[in-house]
Design a binder for this molecule. Structure first.
Ligand code: AMP
Ligand code: MG
Length: 417
């Protein structure tokens, strides 16, 4: 029997973390910014630090529907006390009268607490008899009052450059009265698929042909990430056709993304064209799926070549292209959330490469996470990505892993959100 090669030291396979480090060193963030109205800002990257020009809350206001009074008027050792009703404060309609000693006002949630009053008791702990209001005295002065500036004071930085404006940030910006916001220019990615066997959806398949799926999964990923994209279609395995597509893509976009034609023996056209027109490096990564990957530059655009196998193409997008896009968009490095889960099915794995097996994670009744694989893990089985809600991360040296083992998982969606 021939001695087997140590699978953990497969020559020429690069550790994915090293690859990412080297790739990121070669890209720079897009500098251009633009001013957009707040309603156009969702998903954009903030280009400046933003401070609030107002206190939050901007005025003392009630956290409850009830009655406002002055705690100083409360007699010692009293648990319940009568106050005289002198008016009301509704949201948007402040009380304009005087806070006389022993008086109270009817107050609604969000309504200003007038000067002179400082405490609110909720409706349920009061009773009215004409203008005489009996109030259970709360334990603390200032109860149920949201004080001016208690969240933050004017001048405080609320959002930092490089944050993505999501639903909460939209609301925060509105809270501080920002109508327009300076954001990074949107990044544009042009992509095409290569392969004579590929047909676009909507056409008939001849023997040996398959539908091009990668353009659609890439489209889905880019759309979700709020990135402008240009779909250049399927380009046949023809040197001049590929050259034309590369030039058009580099001309129109910040990044050119292709799928297919980066594995050994298959890479000829991409290699030839990019060596002539720009620069290219072929990477062989210690990951599965997704060993081959190409990276280069062409006319000021960054080029990423994904492998053709549909799962490999998505995994390399998540693991390599996504950090590059992140940096180009001016975002801080993303660190996907990982956690432990108990495996409920056996996993087959050969030591040698990091694996991103597709898993389905669920929480049991105690909130503990269990994870099962989606079944077949072939790099062409794209339904495994559709069924999955997480990657099961398996270390390079790890072999078969039985049910009951604790594994590390990386939920999807936190990556691109
Ligand atoms: P390649 O990387 O070009 O050698 O392709 C590897 C495998 O992925 C082959 O089985 C291809 O038919 C398949 N493939 C390549 N590109 C696509 C695509 N855009 N959509 C679906 N399958 C593809
Ligand atoms: Mg091909």
């Amino acid at each position: 029997m021939l001695p087997t090669q140590d699978p953990c030291t497969q020559p020429g396979l690069l550790h994915p973390a090293k690859a990412i480090e080297q790739l990121l060193a070669q890209v720079t963030p897009i500098e251009e910014t633009e001013l957009v109205s707040l309603s156009q800002a969702t998903g954009r990257v903030l280009a400046e630090d933003l401070a609030s020009s107002i206190d939050l809350p901007p005025f003392d206001n009630s956290a409850m529907d009830g009655y406002a009074f002055a705690y100083a008027d409360v007699k010692p050792e009293t648990s319940k006390q009568e106050f005289t009703l002198v008016g009301s404060s509704f949201a948007g309609h402040p009380f304009t009268g005087e806070a006389k000693p022993g008086s109270c006002i009817r107050i609604m949630t969000g309504a200003p607490v007038p000067a002179g009053f400082d405490t609110v008791q909720m409706q349920e702990k009061t009773s009215a008899n004409g203008d005489s209001i009996s109030i259970e005295i709360p334990a603390r002065q200032g109860a149920n009052v949201r004080r001016q500036g208690e969240e933050l004071t004017a001048g405080t930085k609320v959002l930092r450059q490089g944050c993505i404006i999501r639903a909460a940030e939209m609301g925060v910006l509105a809270t501080i009265g920002v109508s327009h916001v300076r954001v990074k220019r949107k990044m544009t990615v042009a992509f095409f698929s290569t392969g004579d066997e590929l047909r676009p959806v909507g056409s008939e398949l001849a023997p040996g042909q398959i539908y091009d799926s990668n353009r659609y999964s890439i489209q889905g990923l880019l759309t979700k990430a709020n990135i402008e994209w240009i779909d250049l279609g399927v380009i046949p395995d023809d040197k001049e056709a590929i050259r034309g597509a590369f030039k058009e893509a580099a001309d129109k976009a910040d990044m050119v993304l292709t799928s297919g034609g980066v594995s050994v023996g298959d890479a000829d056209y991409t290699k030839q064209i990019l060596s002539e027109e720009g620069e290219i490096t072929f990477w062989r990564l210690a990951i599965k799926p997704g060993k081959p990957f190409a990276f280069g530059k062409l006319d000021g655009a960054v080029f990423c070549g994904l492998p053709g196998n549909p799962v490999s193409s998505m995994v390399t997008f998540y693991k390599l292209v996504w950090p590059i896009i992140n940096k180009m968009q001016g975002l801080p490095p993303a660190k996907p959330l990982t956690c432990k889960a108990t495996l409920t099915s056996d996993i087959r794995k050969q030591p040698g490469r990091f694996e991103y097996q597709r898993g389905i994670v669920t929480a049991n009744e105690n909130g503990e996470l269990t994870v099962a694989t989606t079944g077949g893990q072939g790099s062409g089985m794209l339904t495994s990505m559709s069924m999955a809600n997480c990657f099961i991360l398996l270390e390079q040296q790890q072999g078969d892993t039985p049910a009951g083992s604790t594994v590390i998982i990386e939920p999807f969606n936190t990556v691109l959100d």
